[in-house]
Design a protein around this ligand. Structure first.
Ligand SMILES: Cc1ncc(COP(=O)(O)O)c(C=O)c1O
Length: 253
């Protein structure tokens, strides 16, 4: 893994012109932002974890960010992710892979087999299939309910009103373990406005905790709004472009 730019490979993923040293610097800068946000919010150091969103970037970029100290990676596209996970199989025990993209019913078997976490469960049918298809030699799949907190009609995510019912059903499924909730609100400008969008997710998460559901994960915040997410109680932020650079979706067409 030298210092040169990663070449585009025949894997359908975009290249980054960042070197391993660049990626390490970007990653450290994001870690510093999280630490500063924790401090600003009066939260304990280390209370927010970082998920590096590697979608569209190749295994070399993941390996470089892993070498910097990152172990949890998030992927949106199932087939791309499976190829990457297999390419990096020698590091499988050290890495945790989170599915953060939409899960169609016909992809649940792949997801159940290859991922450690699925953050985007928003339908009972998908939860049931993941439960049935989780291989018996693997630990339960760690699951978050994806909640549509800002009400966009075309968006994924269960409604705030429907989240409890789905979460309760997931808690009954033995091969899934409910860890909390995630949301992907549309981007808004300004700290106060961002906090306002995150507030219903925080309230729901706190209620689930108070109900004794044993949830520990509130996944929200990305490159542009992680400070507001940390101020709003996020325990995990999902950061892509601030680490890997701008994504090139043309290879996805
Ligand atoms: C679900 C999800 N979370 C996080 C991210 C990371 O976003 P960003 O590159 O703005 O950090 C993405 C990127 O598309 C995403 O789809």
């Amino acid at each position: 893994m030298g210092g040169g730019a990663w070449a585009r490979k025949n894997t359908g993923v975009s290249m980054t012109t960042a070197t391993a040293a660049d990626l390490k610097r970007h990653w450290q800068a994001v870690r510093d932002r999280i630490a500063a946000a924790e401090q600003a919010a009066g939260r304990p150091a280390g209370s927010v974890s970082l998920l590096a969103v590697s979608k569209t970037f190749g295994p070399e970029a993941v390996a470089a960010v892993q070498a910097a100290g990152q172990t949890a990676f998030g992927e949106n596209y199932i087939q791309e992710a499976v190829t990457k996970i297999q390419t990096l199989s020698s590091a499988r025990a050290e890495l945790t892979w989170h599915c953060i993209g939409p899960v169609q019913s016909n992809k649940t078997r792949l997801v159940a087999k290859h991922f450690d976490w699925v953050q985007t469960v928003d339908r009972l049918k998908v939860a049931q299939r993941l439960n049935e298809q989780r291989p018996s030699d693997l630990p339960p799949l760690q699951v978050c309910v994806q909640v549509n907190v800002d009400g966009g009609v075309s968006k994924s995510g269960v409604t705030l009103a429907g989240a409890d019912e789905l979460a309760e059903a997931i808690r009954e499924l033995p091969r899934l373990r409910l860890r909390g909730l995630m949301c992907i609100p549309d981007p808004v400008q300004g700290f106060a406005a961002q906090c306002a969008v995150f507030a219903p997710a925080q309230a729901l998460f706190q209620r689930w905790q108070q109900q004794g559901w044993g949830v520990d994960t509130l996944s929200m915040g990305m490159s542009g709004d992680l400070e507001a997410a940390v101020a709003s109680g996020a325990t995990l932020v999902r950061v892509g472009s601030a680490i890997f650079g701008a994504r090139d979706y043309s290879a996805k067409a």
